[in-house]
Design a protein around this ligand. Sequence first.
Ligand SMILES: Nc1ncnc2c1ncn2[C@@H]1O[C@H](COP(=O)(O)OP(=O)(O)O)[C@@H](O)[C@H]1O
Ligand SMILES: [Mg+2]
Length: 103
Amino acid sequence: MVNAIRYTSSGGRISIRITDSSHDESRFASVSITDTGVGIAEEQLPFLFDRFYRVEESRSRHTGGMGLGLAIAKEFVEAHRGFISVQSDVGRGTQFTVYLPCA
Ligand SMILES: Nc1ncnc2c1ncn2[C@@H]1O[C@H](COP(=O)(O)OP(=O)(O)O)[C@@H](O)[C@H]1O
Ligand SMILES: [Mg+2]
């Protein structure tokens, strides 16, 4: 959520959607955060969850951040046997979805 705000300029839109979904016969509660921000290039996506990784443009921008947020989020979600997915288009925006198993 902080990322969505940080990487979306004023006038953009950020939305949150909470729903239930199934994957491999397991049920999950999913929380999607979608923004209309700067987006992330496809070749960067595999590294986003690495500790201290920040996309080139963010390093030079005054947006703070140490590149730890997504690494911590991933560890936390996986400790709960969930997972995170990301979809993004440069210049259009990003959607992160956290899936947490429902008993
Ligand atoms: N919603 C987003 N829109 C665009 N880029 C993002 C978004 N979320 C994360 N990123 C990119 O992924 C990098 C890693 O994110 P994160 O681990 O939260 O670190 P940071 O502390 O830099 O926010 C960020 O530096 C940024 O380049
Ligand atoms: Mg962050």
